[in-house]
Design a binder for this molecule. Structure first.
Ligand code: GLA
Length: 375
């Protein structure tokens, strides 16, 4: 096994997790999202080993694996697939562009928390071998091949938001990303006197990946039905709410609700950005509460623990917005909290959460950082 203490790195990469202020389950529907890279990171150290084999050690899992580069296949062990998938797709895009290497991964990103430790790992591996072997991959290639790795090796049909935020993140900025064109605008993340606090429910329901793919299929079903009458809409996010409403009696209720949420959330994201630009922080926070309501009741990707955490913040004048973040079924809520009241919030919500759910809450006070980089 590789030895962390004696390992001599040639390339060291830091790859951040991501937050998302608003625009949830919108990326694969071609709409707008508002993510950013965060200060919690995975650190990956690389060295060439002059062979055709890669050895990768995860210090968190205290486990390692070796793989022959001529035999890149899916593994039974999930975390290995994030890496194997990236190597496979780099090889598809740039055949024979890299050889054997050793890599040590150290992470301070909690897993299954909705902050995309998966995209951080994928993009960190891609960036690392790109630097180590001077492969010449562009940022967009790293973003897309990392997403493809998750589709083919991990099996989650994720959108592009996480990988985009991990690679393109800019300190103190949010990314308003158009997920259809990949055009983006950086928006100053100035919430003063408020700060962004993540409350981690510390639950991760096994439904997360399977239900994620089901939601994608439900959105496709809704779009296909709408396109029969309105063939010019290419994405669900392009369909105005009033057109979706024409289908209330036509579509099964669940499918209708999914479509309604998607069109509302995309519009809400653009409105939230306008409010932020006009320094209307309370208005911005209000959009987060509405987003959670839609995720809970129409898109149905929340869970009782997340709903409880959001509910606890309602009526507190020092919290202006709260909602579940990421794919759902567990993980974190994102909260906009007055900077002087963060400790009070954490103390109160932790006690109530433990009493109700018998689970310890953890929290992360987030600062917005740069994307994946060599250090
Ligand atoms: C996960 C996926 C993203 C996105 C979010 C929900 O994090 O990886 O592509 O769909 O869920 O917004």
């Amino acid at each position: 096994m590789l030895d962390i203490k004696t390992f001599k790195s040639e390339v060291v990469i830091e790859s951040p997790g991501r937050i998302n202020l608003i625009g949830e389950h919108i990326d694969y529907n071609g709409g707008h999202v508002l993510p950013a890279a965060m200060d919690k990171k995975i650190t990956l150290s690389f060295r060439k080993n002059n062979s055709n084999t890669c050895e990768v050690l995860s210090s968190n899992f205290k486990s390692s694996f070796k793989v022959d580069l001529d035999k890149l296949e899916r593994s039974e062990i999930e975390w290995q697939n994030f890496i194997l998938g990236v190597l496979f797709h780099v090889n598809v895009l740039k055949p024979d562009s890299f050889n054997g290497f050793d890599c040590i991964i150290e992470s301070n990103l909690p897993l299954g928390s909705g902050i995309s430790s998966s995209a951080a790992l994928e993009c960190g591996i891609a960036k690392g071998i790109n630097e180590l072997f001077d492969i010449g991959l562009t940022d967009i290639e790293i973003i897309k091949l990392s997403r493809d790795a998750e589709h083919t090796f991990v099996g989650t049909k994720c959108g592009i938001m996480d990988q985009f935020a991990v690679v393109k993140g800019k300190k103190d900025n949010l990314i308003l990303l158009n997920c259809e064109t990949l055009d983006y605008e950086l928006i100053e993340a100035d919430f003063n006197p408020y700060v962004v606090v993540l409350l981690n429910s510390n639950v991760s329901h096994s439904l997360a990946s399977s239900e994620y793919n089901v939601r994608r299929d439900e959105c496709d079903t809704a779009l296909a039905a709408i396109q029969k009458k309105h063939p010019y809409y290419q994405f669900l996010t392009e369909v105005p709410a009033k057109v979706v409403k024409e289908f209330e009696k036509v579509l099964p209720e669940k499918i209708y609700n999914r479509a309604l949420y998607v069109t509302q959330e995309n519009k809400r994201t653009l409105k939230a950005v306008e409010l932020l630009k006009n320094n209307d922080l309370k208005g911005f926070g209000g959009c987060l509460y509405k987003s959670h309501h839609g995720l809970q009741h129409l898109y149905e990707v929340s869970c009782k623990e997340l709903d409880f955490l959001v509910e606890q913040t309602k009526g507190l004048d020092y919290v202006i917005g709260s909602r579940m973040m990421g794919g759902g079924f567990g993980g974190c809520t994102i909260n906009i909290v007055h900077k002087d009241k963060v400790d009070e919030l954490i103390e109160n919500v932790s006690a109530a959460y433990e009493e109700k759910h018998n689970i310890q809450l953890t929290s992360i006070i987030t600062t917005i950082s740069d994307g994946v980089k060599r250090i």
